[in-house]
Design a protein around this ligand. Structure first.
Ligand code: ATP
Length: 393
């Protein structure tokens, strides 16, 4: 009896496809001894919005095709682009199973996707049809991948394999921001770079207007801090599978109104209908709400990013992963120096909830040591994280 065909399924936005994608594909092809590799451009990823200035689906498919020509046995599969609505892997795998009833499927992904796999739609159903192949996106994340592989095995019966692949610290978000400055060398295959140039893609960095705005509204020192927060938020978002563009957007705007005095803050509150119960803490805290309102109304940022801005100083119960990333990036960006910051940086690499507990505790103790009263939401945020830790949820 002949062996089942081994097929790698590699989905992505490919906006644009870069050398990190190509190296992962080639490493999997070899390590898994694949007979066929399907590159599957996503129409609408369920976990992130396509940022402004993105390439169209047909253009992303064409770039994936150009990459496929560089990879033996690779071809582009247009299934997801043909469907409308969010591209759920579950649906794609079901359809591919009809086309290849006997094949052995390997679902290929980077660490960020693997670490959030249990949050995908019906992951246990996907796991019945496919094994997972994952590679690190950052040099020091192997342990984290091993822990997740064990967790997925126990909880969802997932069979996974960590593939040895040269780590390429690179994302499409980074590439897009390098293209307008011509700094994409080594990040893109020449064929893809040529296509981008011919089509005039990605010529404007969508974050540039936000950077300009931030720079105009703050001191040199605060602007440096802001860039540090944006860079750190991007790294954390990549590590934990969060939307990098949203994380950078929120980070770039988080301190937009911090330089304003209290009177001006109150004026903005009146203008945007902001009501708070900060009391004596108002002077220190209002800027988060006014920046969130400005980001929402003047810059049209998503509700998720606006909330992350609003919570960046106090935290809140029920924080989303994006909220945590922006809060923690603000605490650990490279310019921060205070006792405990290195420990917090280490925690941020492993577990965002543990890092939040550490940081919220520090913040509460710091306020109390100065005779102040921490805002109730910070206390509630801490209780919320501690309760989650206890129940393991
Ligand atoms: P963006 O920056 O726009 O969020 P991205 O670089 O993460 O994009 P995607 O097309 O969303 O690229 O990624 C598709 C798949 O490829 C995902 O599973 C992702 O984890 C993986 N991947 C992307 N970049 C790398 C890389 N540098 N190394 C390994 N895997 C990667």
């Amino acid at each position: 009896m002949s062996e089942a065909e081994r097929i790698g399924l590699y989905g992505g936005t490919f906006n644009p496809p870069h050398m990190g994608h190509e190296r992962l594909a080639k490493a999997c092809l070899e390590a898994l001894e694949l007979d066929r590799l399907l590159l599957i451009p996503t129409a609408q990823p369920p976990h992130k919005q396509l940022p402004p200035g993105s390439a169209q689906g047909v253009q992303r498919a064409e770039m994936a095709r150009l990459m496929a020509r560089r990879i033996p046995k690779a071809q582009v599969c247009g299934l997801e682009l043909e469907r409308s609505g969010p591209s759920y892997t579950r649906d794609t795998v079901d359809r591919l199973r009809q086309i290849y009833p006997e094949a052995e499927f390997w679902l290929i992904m980077g660490a960020d996707m693997f670490l959030s796999f249990h949050k995908w739609r019906e992951p246990e159903q996907i796991a019945k049809q496919c094994r997972l192949a994952v590679a690190a996106r950052l040099p020091d994340s192997r342990r984290q991948l091993e822990r997740q592989a064990e967790f997925l095995r126990q909880e969802l019966g997932v069979c996974s394999r960590i593939v040895d692949c040269p780590v390429t610290v690179l994302s499409s978000t980074q590439v897009r921001s390098h293209i307008p400055r011509g700094r994409w060398k080594g990040e893109l295959a020449p064929e893809v770079a040529q296509y981008i140039q011919r089509q005039g893609l990605y010529q404007a960095d969508p974050l540039e207007p936000l950077r300009r705005e931030a720079k105009a509204r703050m001191s040199e020192k605060r602007y440096r801090h802001t860039l540090g927060v944006a860079e750190t938020a991007a790294r954390l978002a990549e590590r934990f599978g969060e939307d990098v563009y949203q994380a950078q957007t929120a980070a770039l705007l988080h301190d937009l109104t911090k330089a304003l005095d209290y009177e001006e803050q109150l004026k903005l509150c009146g203008q945007y209908g902001i009501i708070t119960d900060y009391g004596e803490n108002g002077k220190a805290l209002l800027h988060a709400d006014t920046a969130a309102a400005l980001a929402r109304r003047e810059f049209g940022v998503s509700e998720e990013a606006a909330q992350a801005i609003a919570y960046h100083t106090t935290g809140a119960p029920g924080m989303t992963q994006l909220d945590k990333i922006v809060y923690l990036a603000d605490c650990i960006e490279p310019g921060r120096e205070y006792p405990g910051v290195d420990k917090l940086r280490r925690l941020c690499k492993k577990d965002l909830d543990q890092a939040m507990i550490f940081s919220l505790r520090q913040s509460i103790e710091h306020i109390q040591s100065k005779g102040g009263r921490p805002y109730w939401r910070t206390q509630r945020a801490l209780e919320d994280f501690l309760a989650k830790k206890e129940t393991g949820s």
